[in-house]
Design a protein around this ligand. Structure first.
Ligand code: ADP
Length: 402
């Protein structure tokens, strides 16, 4: 796929709006519990009342059907529109290579076939209207990750690691790769981070403690939480009833729910502007409502409490820490980091400022989770994702009021 093709199918493509937030769950190496996290996270988001789809993008070693008790090896049912009907398990919709092939025979696929299947899993499945589409990626930083990052408007990636140093180092590499292809890192999950006693539920730390939080802090990405090592998780996986369903009272089940709450913005984003919003630049009625929380000293730097239009040329942001920032809308267009504007590998600017009209203006600004906004412009460009961290880092001028 060319970059141009990839970009044309990114953010702003109305054909993908029904998929909601697309969240990739990644890990640098296998066996760290990525599929277990994806599955329990998907169920925890569904338990909050969200419509959730789960794509088992691990084409070579699909484990999600087993974890959810989904029958494998049967030809999928097709809808009248020719789309694949996903399996239903514990209230979520699921698609996996394991549902299409006999799981004893791992799929042998070359790069182009991987892309083809992933596009099919995302675009040619009868998902209906979703709030979240969770992608359980295969481990590593190969073709699959690149295809997904370049072709789909990912809200961001959750990186799973175990507490051992080696695993954390590999996670760090995974994060760097995601950053290179401009996928925002939603945060790190530390899995198997302490042992849950089966009789008293007390959690004892048997490996180093706090490694995930430290790596997150050193890379300036959020730490989403730690999931204890719990033998019940293995049994649940084998029985097709994930922990959040089978043992909702276990500390690990609570940890999955906390991570889901953070990702859906019920915790971290609670102080920010209410989402979702879809603001048509010239229409004040569609402007995002300001947060009910007042900005205050010590508040988070990257949580916006108000977004406003000072005049047709100036976007104004007020942050929870009380900082007011105004951004010229042409500067906003020039700061776009999408694959069409910045070379994905070298990070060099591809966009030539001279071709951006002086009178360019946004047409729409919409929320992407509680981490970013998408912006479409009057020059037809609509694939830019601006994380709040990126916006906050843009050179800002002080303004009096929002
Ligand atoms: P990955 O997708 O990273 O290869 P899996 O999710 O398949 O990893 O998990 C690997 C194994 O570890 C599975 O047997 C799973 O049940 C087990 N596992 C995952 N998380 C935990 C945990 N927190 N405590 C105990 N076992 C776990």
């Amino acid at each position: 796929m060319t970059t141009a093709q990839a970009t044309s199918s990114k953010t702003g493509d109305p054909g993908m709006a029904h998929l909601g937030q697309i969240i990739a769950v990644a890990s640098g190496k296998g066996g760290v519990g990525k599929s277990t996290v994806s599955t329990n996270l998907a169920l925890a988001l569904a338990a909050q009342g969200s419509a959730v789809g789960l794509v088992d993008a691990d084409l070579y070693g699909p484990s999600v059907p087993g974890m959810l008790g989904i029958e494998t090896g049967k030809a999928p049912t097709m809808s009248p529109a020719g789309k694949v009907i996903p399996a239903q398990a514990h209230g979520i919709k699921v698609i996996s290579m394991g549902m299409l092939t006999d799981d004893d025979k791992p799929a042998i696929l070359r790069g182009p076939m991987v892309s083809k299947y992933l596009r099919m899993f995302i675009l040619e499945v009868e998902w209906g209207k979703l709030d979240y589409l969770i992608l359980d990626l295969p481990p590593g930083t190969g073709d699959t990750q690149l295809t997904l990052a370049q072709s789909f408007p990912l809200t961001g990636a959750v990186v799973v690691s175990t507490p051992q140093d080696v695993s954390l180092k590999i996670a760090r590499r995974g994060i760097r790769m995601m950053e290179q292809v401009k996928v925002p890192i939603l945060g790190i999950v530390e899995n198997m981070s302490g042992f849950t006693c089966p009789s008293c539920n007390e959690v004892t730390h048997i490996f180093h403690q706090g490694g995930g939080a430290k790596i997150a802090a050193s890379l300036d990405v959020p730490f989403l939480g730690a999931i204890p090592l719990d033998p019940a998780i293995v049994d649940c996986g084998d029985e097709g009833r994930p922990l959040v369903i089978a043992h909702p009272d276990a500390p690990a089940a609570a940890a999955y729910r906390d991570i889901a709450a953070i990702l859906s913005g019920r915790e971290r984003g609670a102080a920010g502007i209410p989402t979702p919003f879809d603001w048509h630049w010239d229409d004040d009625a569609s402007k995002p409502k300001p947060s009910a929380h007042a900005a205050h000293a010590g508040g988070a730097a990257e949580v916006p409490v108000a977004l406003d239009r000072r005049d047709g040329r100036t976007l104004v942001l007020r942050w929870l820490d009380g900082h007011d920032q105004q951004i010229d809308v042409r500067d906003l267009r020039l700061a776009c980091r999408c694959a069409a504007c910045v070379d994905e590998m070298s990070g060099r600017a591809v966009l030539v400022p001279a071709i951006v009209p002086l009178n360019i203006a946004p047409t729409r600004i919409w929320s992407l989770g509680n981490y970013a906004i998408g912006v479409s412009f009057s020059d037809g460009h609509s694939s830019g994702i601006y994380t709040f961290g990126h916006l906050r880092a843009m050179v800002a001028a002080e303004v009096e009021d929002v």
